[in-house]
Structures are given as C-alpha cells and as structure tokens.
Design a protein around this ligand. Structure first.
Ligand code: KIV
Ligand code: ZN
Length: 499
C-alpha cells in the first residue's frame, strides 16, 4: 500500500451535476446560482455546474454564472463528442470535464465501440477542448472495472493530447480502499498530470475509497455536499474535507466553518433531508445524551468529541431522554436560569426519565416548561383557542376558520388547504404571524381507542424562524381539534422562550 499523499488537495464539487442526478431532484437556474454562490464562499476549487448539452436551461445557468464571475472555475460535463463540447464552449464554461466509458461492459453494451474507437474519441475530445484554450479534465468512466493496461493506454494518450487533469471514477462504487490505492499508485507511476478521483457510495465506501486514492497520491477529490448523487450518491464533501484536515493534516481551500450552512442550503433546495446521524452535518453529529458522556463533555468536550462543532459551523447539543444524568439537568437549569430545590430537582429528574422511557421526544423548550411548572411558575398561554369551524367534502375546497385569543385580543381567520388540518394550520400560521413564524416539522396522529369515535392523539414538533423547536401533544375525539390543540400548545411553548 502506498502512502504518498499531497500536502494540499483540490476539491471539485459536483453537487450541481452528479448531485442533481439524485433520484427525484431537479435544481432550477436560480437555485443552482444560489448553491454555486455558497460553494464559492466555501472555497471549492471547481464547481461542476451541470451538463450544458442536456438542456437550454442548463446553458442559461452557465451564462448566468459567467456573468457573476466566481472565484472557483466553472466546469461543464460533456460526453467525448464535439456537439457536447460545443454546447459547453457556447455556454461560456471555463473548464470542461469530458468522459467516455472504457470498461468492457461500457464498450460492448453501451457504446458498442472497439477499444481503438474509444481511445480515438477520447483524444479527439481533449484536443478539441485544448484547441479552444479551455481547461480539460478527462474521465475514463467505469475506470475501476477497466483492464489496467487499457486504462493506462487511454490516460497516456490524453496526456499526450495535453489534458490538464485525469479523473478516475468508481462509477458503480464497487472498489475497496486497498484496490483503489493500488490503482492510483499504478496510474501515478505512468502519468504526469494531476489525478482526480470520483467515488460512488453503493457499498458505503465512497469516502474511504477517495481517501485511499489520496493516500496513493491523488491530488483532487470529486465530491458532493451531503453525499448527493446518482443512486446511493457520491463521496460527501464535508466528510472528505474534515477527514483530510483532522485525520491526515492535509490542507484544502475549504472554510470548514461554512460546511453546516452550505449543507442546510443544499438540503432545503433539493428537498433531500439529512439523516440525523450523518457525519459532520447531521443534527446529532454533536448531540450527547448518555449521562456518562454528558459528564465527560461538561468537564472537557474532547472526551467525547472528535472535533469542535464550531469548526464546521455546528452546535453542541445536550439531549434529554432516559439516559440523561443529573449533570445534564443541572447544566440545562443553569442555562435557563431556573433554581430548583432538592425535591423539585428530583421530581424533574424522574419526569425526564419517565418521558424518555415512554419514548417521548423532549426538546429544550419542553424541558423548560416542565421545569418551570415544577418550580410553580404559572404557565403562560399567550394563545388560546376560542373556536374552530371546518368545511370539507368531495367537491369542496377544505376550509378552516380559526378563532384565537392572542395576548387578550380576539382574532379570526379562514384559510383553505389540502385538508381541514392543513387549512387550520395555515389559519393559525397567519393569525400568529405577527409574533412568530411557525412551521410544522413533524406531525403524527394515532388512534388510541378503537371505533369511529376513537380518541385521536396528535403529536407535533413546531419550529420558529430561529429553529427553536417545541413539541405539542393533544387528545380529542375530533382529529382536527386534537391537531389544533397540539399545534397551539407547541406555539405557546415557543413563545415562552421570548419572555
Ligand atoms: O460516475 C461517473 O462515472 C460519472 C462520470 C461522468 C465521471 O459521473
Ligand atoms: Zn458519478
């Protein structure tokens, strides 16, 4: 195994091209520009903005980007065909990433071309790009399933044609770190242009394979924010960058403090939510629940954290649940400036454990309202439900009229929605809109008794514009009433924080 990593690695971001190939994701021109601006601030070296030959919309996106003038180079993907390359040139791309399949599967089934024909297309494409004075990166698609002698022959030929970088894609994510390391070692012995890698995550090895390639001397990682991409996705930019910085002491131009913000923007625009346990950017990446861990964290955060959350723009969170220890409760009470005597503290401790044992989510605001109730502080309900009326049916637009008392003033509002609960939520959002911008993050409904008159239990998590979260729970025979009560209870908890 070779260990010969460079001191600096270039980051080629393909969120807006391979990432857009995530099933179900399409990104408009305006959205691409918003993400590209974030990537540029983040410090990526190259932004693969899209595939200009795919559509006039893609070409417009490149023209827009050229007008803005990013620090990063703006790359367009092109098959090794003059018509694709022309589209990229006409769209003002300043970097072209051209590719052709080289593995037996691609040669025989997809392209139906001989090795010689493929080699010829690769060389012609690179020469054509270079004749236009544009940076050329060339990929042998499915490199990891291509015979090594032929792979080296193609890479040598494009090197002669003056390619600027070669890229080694593990197109279907089938390699393993040791094989990737061997492959890059062999290519590095023969080829004198910077080597890039592009790893897919079909076996969850994309980041490990990328790092193995860098250990063998690869100088660039192609990757995506949040690991988006075709099928199981590509290697995740945030995981590669933080591993390079922290585990290898290798530099990149990335400003790691912007990683979480960039990840959130990409997640919001693409609609692909991150699992809470996603490394680096997931909601739980710096959350601690177990009493033993929290005790360690409060004494010295390095006991249970591999890196400081601030380094990636994240926040440490102490989560309450059945594993919570007294230390965590004391820390939270101190944070909220709540003083409890010994009996009150014990009662609160028991309550937190009981909620955790019952599998209930306890947000910080829930904790605060339970602690203040135990302390004897009267619960403030700034919003009270005075009445609801809903209209729904087969050929009727579901409509809800909600009447609320907000800080002593009575207000009414009607809204329509996809159903009566949706219409009621919109009416509440509009009624409380002047004091808080409420969104529903979770909504669950469960029938807790049988029959058509079953009691329905509704559980919600609401968030405000500052991402404060509060749960609400309510039970009623009428699901609309239970939903509204749960929403209002969560909104009252959020408003408590503002006092
Ligand atoms: O996965 C792949 O092989 C690709 C190429 C276009 C580089 O995305
Ligand atoms: Zn790919």
């Amino acid at each position: 195994m070779t260990y010969n990593p460079p001191s600096d690695v270039m980051i080629y971001d393909t969120t807006l091209r391979d990432g857009e190939q995530t099933p179900g994701v399409t990104i408009t021109t305006d959205e691409k520009i918003t993400i590209a601006e974030k990537l540029d601030k983040l410090g990526v070296d190259v932004i693969e903005l899209g595939f200009p030959a795919a559509s006039p919309g893609e070409q417009r996106t490149f023209k827009e980007a050229a007008k803005i003038g990013f620090n990063a180079q703006i790359s367009g993907l092109a098959r090794a065909l003059p018509q694709d390359i022309d589209k990229a040139i006409d769209s003002d791309a300043d970097y072209i990433h051209t590719f052709i399949g080289t593995s037996p599967l691609h040669r025989d089934y997809k392209l139906k071309m001989s090795k010689e024909e493929i080699l010829d297309k690769a060389v012609t494409a690179v020469e054509y790009i270079k004749d236009h004075g544009i940076t050329a990166e060339f990929s042998c698609e499915d490199s990891t399933r291509t015979e090594i002698d032929y792979l080296l022959e193609v890479f040598s030929a494009v090197q002669e044609a003056k390619v600027d970088k070669i890229n080694v894609p593990d197109t279907v994510g089938v390699t393993i770190p040791i094989k990737m390391n061997e492959l890059i070692t062999k290519i590095n012995e023969k080829i004198n242009v910077p080597i890039s890698v592009h790893c897919h995550n079909d076996f969850g090895l994309a980041v490990a394979n990328t790092l193995a390639a860098i250990e063998a001397g690869a100088k660039q990682a192609q990757c995506t924010i949040n690991g988006l991409g075709e099928r199981a996705g590509n290697a995740s930019l945030e995981e590669i960058v933080m591993s390079l910085h922290k585990c290898y002491n290798i530099n990149t131009n990335i400003n790691s403090k912007l990683l979480v913000n960039t990840s959130e923007t990409v997640s919001r625009i693409t609609g692909v939510k991150m699992p809470p346990n996603k490394a680096i950017v997931g909601e739980n990446a710096f959350a601690h629940e177990a009493g033993i861990h929290v005790q360690g964290i409060l004494a010295n955060s390095e006991t249970y954290e591999a890196l400081n959350p601030e380094e990636v723009g994240h926040k440490r969170r102490i989560v309450l649940g059945k594993l919570t220890g007294a230390n965590a409760i004391e820390a939270k009470l101190e944070e909220y400036n709540i003083n409890l005597n010994k009996n009150q503290f014990d009662e609160l401790f028991k309550k937190v454990k009981a909620l955790g044992d019952a599998g209930k989510t306890i947000t910080d605001l829930d904790f605060r309202s339970v602690a203040e109730a135990i302390q004897g502080k009267p619960t403030q309900e700034r919003i009270k439900l005075l009445g609801i009326s809903v209209m729904t049916g087969d050929n009727t637009l579901p409509t809800a009229t909600v009447k609320l008392d907000i800080d002593g003033t009575v207000k009414n509002h009607a809204e329509t929605g996809v159903g009566p609960v949706d219409a009621s939520l919109k009416a509440i959002q509009s009624l409380v809109g002047e004091i808080v911008d409420i969104h529903l993050e979770e909504y669950h409904i469960e029938a807790i008794t049988g029959g058509t008159n079953a009691l329905a239990e509704v559980f919600v998590i609401s968030t405000d514009e500052n991402n404060n979260k509060a749960t609400g729970r309510a039970t009623d025979e009428d699901i609309v009433k239970a939903s509204i009560d749960a929403i209002i209870s969560s909104v009252n908890k959020i408003l408590m924080l503002r006092e």
